[in-house]
Design a protein around this ligand. Structure first.
Ligand SMILES: [Zn+2]
Ligand SMILES: [Zn+2]
Length: 142
């Protein structure tokens, strides 16, 4: 029996090519989002879970094809966030992505956000300010 969520997904997906392309408008990050029965899903995660199986806890799906709105499970590999960052395909980790501003109120946008090797987000404006303070102290001490 086919899960009706899969039917729903496939209605909005162009599977004529190698990549299964989401034909609706992707979100700001380029990912396909879908709402089924009032529940929001990342379309590629849902496709993977329905066609392959559950995604292990704490893992993210890396798009091997680099097409973020592609739903083909053969192009998706569950990896750790650290691995995803190492591959240069970091998705901002979900635990911090809900915050839109740093503690000092600077906005976390594409330009101002720095992802540390640990997968944490850092504010570039604050990093610059900290470096300036440090330089000033060093000059004062000299
Ligand atoms: Zn693909
Ligand atoms: Zn800041």
């Amino acid at each position: 029996m086919t899960d009706h969520r899969l039917t729903r997904l496939m209605q909005t997906t162009d599977t004529s090519g190698d990549c299964w392309l989401w034909t609706a408008k992707p979100n700001g990050e380029g990912y396909a989002n879908v709402r089924i029965d009032g529940v929001h899903y990342r379309a590629h995660r849902l496709a993977y879970e329905l066609l392959v199986g559950p995604i292990p806890d704490g893992l993210v799906l890396d798009h091997l094809c680099r097409v973020r709105h592609c739903l083909n499970p053969a192009h998706l590999e569950p990896v750790t966030i650290a691995e995803n960052i190492r591959r240069g395909r970091a998705v901002l980790p979900p635990y911090s992505s809900r915050k839109t501003h740093c503690p000092q109120g600077h906005v976390y946008d594409e330009v101002n956000t720095y992802v540390t090797p640990q997968g944490k987000r850092d504010c570039r404006t604050c990093r610059r300010a900290a470096r300036r303070r440090c330089d000033a102290r060093r000059r004062a001490a000299a």
